[in-house]
Design a protein around this ligand. Structure first.
Ligand SMILES: [Zn+2]
Length: 284
């Protein structure tokens, strides 16, 4: 059996309609309940404040709430932040998310998928159980703000990181649960470029590998993708983004279809990051 970890990053996207961003969370809550699909939401602390009520609803339904940083500003890049700055930001973010939902987050994903040894030290200090920021064999690492050449050689299954590198195995009391990648990351953006048939072929390749290795299948989307784009400089976005399917409703439907399809795959069962960790306590 392979576990499917559907993850969502919750941010305040200033260039997308803010009312849409709040409303989509309630719609998602109802659709996830219909699907019987638990997910892990990584929330930025400012998004936990702004979308507090819908987030509390999702939490009450049993979805896991993790931490996605304090404000997701450009400077909140955990690949580059010093140890003290990382510690302070993570402490504040953890406290603020705790105050919003009534429970301390135990799982983390860095803004821009960025992490570091110093970040992982702070996570351990703050009693986090998992860092979900690593993208093994994701080839566009140099084009992303948080990307690292360490992604090229990072393990493809969850691991305890080393004190010398967040991308190597070691014995730190933390687990790295990587995003599923195969050259490209398993994210919703791929749906808007390759369509459902392309992404189905992609995840089935990952699933065949996961059946051999015991890794979970980890998918990522952002809720703001389903809100109207209100920014002005659409053409200033990276060229790949300009080729995306743009209609938020179509995007939402495509993601729902993908989730429904994955839930019908034999031997693939949805779970949250913490539940996966509990079920797989030993190191791999
Ligand atoms: Zn993010």
């Amino acid at each position: 059996m392979v576990e499917l970890l559907v993850t969502m990053d919750l941010e305040v996207a200033e260039d997308h309609d803010l009312d849409d961003q709040a409303k989509i969370l309630d719609r998602l809550r109802s659709d996830l309940a219909s699907l019987g699909l638990p997910i892990t939401l990584f929330t930025v602390a400012n998004a936990a404040r702004r979308f507090r009520h819908p987030l509390q609803g999702l939490h009450a339904d049993g979805h896991e709430i993790g931490c996605h940083g304090l404000d997701h500003a450009a400077e909140e890049n955990y690949r580059l932040l010093g140890a003290e700055a990382a510690r302070q930001r993570l402490r504040r973010a953890t406290d603020e998310i705790h105050a919003s939902i009534g429970e301390r987050p135990r799982v983390f994903r860095g803004p821009y998928m960025a992490t570091s040894c110093a970040t992982q030290s702070a996570l351990i200090e703050l009693e986090y159980e998992a860092d979900c920021s690593v993208c093994p064999q994701r080839l566009d690492f140099a084009l992303t703000r948080g990307g690292s050449a360490g992604w090229l050689t990072a393990p493809r299954v969850p691991y305890s990181p080393s004190e010398r590198s967040p991308h190597r195995r070691g014995d730190r009391p933390l687990r790295v649960v990587p995003l599923s990648c195969l050259g490209a990351p398993f994210i919703s953006g791929l749906l808007y470029l390759a369509g459902l048939p392309g992404v189905t072929a992609f995840y089935r390749t990952l699933l065949a590998e996961a059946r051999r290795t015991g890794a979970p299948l980890v998918f990522l989307f952002h809720s703001y993708e389903f809100a109207r784009f209100t920014g002005e400089q659409r053409d200033a976005r990276p060229w790949l983004h300009r080729r995306y399917l743009r209609d938020p409703e179509e995007r939402y439907q495509l993601n729902l279809e993908l989730l429904q399809r994955m839930l019908l795959e034999p031997g693939l069962h949805p779970s949250t990051v913490s539940t996966w960790l509990r079920n797989h306590g030993g190191s791999q």
